[in-house]
Ligand binder design. Structure first.
Ligand SMILES: Nc1ncnc2c1ncn2[C@@H]1O[C@H](COP(=O)(O)OP(=O)(O)OP(=O)(O)O)[C@@H](O)[C@H]1O
Length: 356
């Protein structure tokens, strides 16, 4: 069935914006509308305080548009727009701009970097769940997926589509599970490898920090690539970072790399807020037996030895994997489960320690 842009706009004009009382189109809330081979996609831009009231309107829009275009043919994403800053020059992948010393991100109270020495230890899983857990505690949370080599936050937070850039200069981030997200993965095609080096990489990170309209945030979590490379250096040199959290599995080899990451933050004068041990214990879902597949307690022991806070242990658990890989982290999909509690306890600890 061929659907026209005017037909879509007519439907959106029949819905009322909860903030302005006018229709969605007159309120200028509809952004990046595309009608392509029967598929309708758009972004609903809304002030953060109207986001909750907008959700039923968004659902109503999807229902009415699906009646026109067919089930599953409509993608309507809501983003909370932000306070306007001076618009920087947008060119994804451009060179880094000259800048002196670490700068504070306007509107963002604290930037927390989540790092690991080694890949695959669950840094992105921990970042996603902590972000959702902090949002559940009432904090305004942003997530910058700076894992340029394997951006996984769009998948983990269940976000698809590309962020809008209505003026070609600023980028409107996307939002799900209470978390505002920007990822390099949203700027590239899913199967497109990003092979950026040095200045391009630093430029991309600076752009994501500066040109994304983050709005007012209590915390911006930065999911770093594993290891100790350009992205980590650029972040610490260009942005005021409140602190870093280092994730490790209990294996010796992972811990060895985690120590390198700790050392790097020390050299860059970034405070380490603590260590998290992921895949700590495996609890058999059938019999409840606890097994320590990768060992146990190594990160806690390292933290104690180095005089760093130990923030908590996350079990190795099938539901944590399937929830994260399926787009709704366990803290969002089963907030009362013991697995989610492990993340929520860490989020509460970060708040209690005054980091967020
Ligand atoms: N506690 C856990 N229990 C079960 N599976 C987990 C756990 N933590 C992470 N995983 C799974 O392990 C895989 C790697 O996790 P994740 O992508 O979070 O790691 P990462 O350290 O960010 O990896 P990368 O180095 O690629 O950035 C994912 O499939 C994830 O679902």
């Amino acid at each position: 069935m061929s659907v026209t842009r005017d037909e879509v706009l007519d439907i959106l004009k029949a819905l009322t914006h909860p903030g302005t009382g006018t229709d969605l189109v007159a309120a200028d809330a509809v952004r990046a509308l595309t009608v392509d081979e029967g598929r309708i996609r758009f972004v609903l831009e809304v002030a953060p305080e109207h986001a909750a009231a907008m959700e039923p309107v968004r659902l109503e829009a999807v229902e009415r548009l699906e009646a026109l275009a067919g089930k599953g043919q409509v993608s309507a994403i809501m983003t909370a727009h932000a306070t306007k800053g001076p618009p920087p020059d947008l060119k994804i992948g451009g060179a880094a701009r000259a800048q002196t010393g670490p700068q504070k991100l306007p509107g963002v109270k604290a930037v927390i970097a989540v790092a690991s020495g080694k890949g695959g230890v669950g840094k992105s899983t921990v970042s996603a769940n902590l972000a959702v857990a902090l949002a559940a505690e009432g904090k305004k949370v942003g997530m910058l997926d700076a894992d340029v080599y394997g951006p996984s936050q769009p998948r983990m937070l269940g976000i698809t589509g590309r962020p809008a850039s209505p003026d070609g200069k600023t980028i409107l981030p996307l939002r799900n599970h209470g978390v505002t997200l920007m990822s390099i993965g949203l700027m590239t095609k899913e199967d497109e490898a990003v092979v950026w080096r040095g200045p391009m990489l630093m430029g991309a990170l600076q752009q994501m920090l500066a040109q994304v309209q983050w709005g007012q945030l209590d915390v911006l979590i930065v999911d770093l690539p594993p290891g100790t490379g350009d992205v980590q250096m650029t972040l610490a040199q260009k942005t005021e970072v409140a602190g870093a959290i280092v994730v490790s599995t209990p294996q010796d080899i992972a811990l060895l790399d985690a120590r390198k990451a700790l050392d790097m933050f020390g050299k860059m004068n970034v405070k380490v807020m603590g260590m998290i041990e992921n895949m700590s214990a495996y609890i058999c879902p059938n019999c409840g037996h606890e097994a320590h597949i990768f060992g146990h307690g190594g990160a806690r022991a390292d933290a104690e030895r180095l005089g760093l806070p130990f923030l908590g242990e996350i079990p190795l658990d099938l539901e944590i994997r399937s929830a994260g890989d399926g787009g709704a982290p366990i803290v969002a999909s089963k907030p009362e489960s013991p697995q989610a509690q492990a993340f929520r306890d860490i989020a509460r600890r970060l708040i209690a320690d005054g980091h967020v």
